[in-house]
Write a protein that binds this ligand. Sequence first.
Ligand SMILES: NC(=O)c1ccc[n+]([C@@H]2O[C@H](COP(=O)([O-])OP(=O)(O)OC[C@H]3O[C@@H](n4cnc5c(N)ncnc54)[C@H](O)[C@@H]3O)[C@@H](O)[C@H]2O)c1
Length: 318
Amino acid sequence: MRVVVTGAAGFIGRWLVAELLQRGHVVLPVDNLVTGDPDNLAEFAGRRGFEPLVVGDVRDEDGCRAWLAGADAIAHLAASISVQDSIDDPARTFDNDVVGTFRLLEAAREHGTRFLFASTCMVYDLATATSGIAEDHAVKPASPYAASKVAGEALTLSYHHAYGLPTTVVRPFNTYGPYQRSVGEGGVVAIFTRLSLQGAQLRVYGDGTQTRDLLYVTDCAGFMADALVSDSATGLVLNAGTGTDVTINELAALIEPEASRVVHAPHIHPQSEIAVLRADSRRAGAILGWKPQVTLAEGLARTRTWMAARLEAGLRVP
Ligand SMILES: NC(=O)c1ccc[n+]([C@@H]2O[C@H](COP(=O)([O-])OP(=O)(O)OC[C@H]3O[C@@H](n4cnc5c(N)ncnc54)[C@H](O)[C@@H]3O)[C@@H](O)[C@H]2O)c1
């Protein structure tokens, strides 16, 4: 298939491009580079199936039409992903995540393009400590970011119901691994790993008992690549997570064994914090036959090795 990947120069996008090329697909990467970095794709230049990066914006109607002409499928990952930015400036998140999704869906409708929308586990309402979160768990958008994803999901599914377009929504749980941003509101694993390698203090927001289901990025990319080609997944919402969660305190201790280097700080947006995030991914298991392959210990080790090598070589760490 010829697949358009939006947000391709970002963290998960980069790994999805790698996975799709590995599976023999042709990939057209699109990114406006607002946070993405073309260097993330540099190693694919000249690789069979890899088309040059299009620097473009998913809010651009004509651009969307042009990219989807001649494409069999699109994996739509481009988004403003910061919860705090969405609280400070909801208009930007709305434009990128809702309007951009709508523009792409319209182009997909015109060309009959298979459509995968990258939503997030952040759409879910509070869960109890005992049960994993399945797709029918209540949704509660606690930030404009989550609300924009809920809107994007609804639009994506409506194009299946109204027009018969093969669309699928995926809700990855917290994804981590090499190339994730480790500054600002980056991923917790990336931030903690960089601070640990630099001998700095790790700051845990709140009491650190909040939990996350951490999905290694190659498992996330494999999941998306599976869902993208699956007829059984059309019209569905699918969770991607490991089914095991870890508290932020435990995670900090795994990354930085020196306890005095882990400190606690008041939460920056406590109203949008989710206390327990653990996936029930049985639906994806049944529909796609998908199972995560990389354990937390292995994923953390790979992330640390990658980042240490970059720091040592004087290369930029995102
Ligand atoms: N990282 C996670 O843990 C996680 C978990 C669940 C869902 N997701 C979703 O997966 C997707 C990818 O997340 P990520 O962590 O790789 O984020 P990322 O910020 O690294 O990637 C997003 C990319 O989109 C690009 N982009 C933003 N607005 C754009 C626009 N208007 N037009 C074109 N490109 C634009 C950015 O430049 C960036 O390269 C997002 O949709 C995110 O909501 C991420």
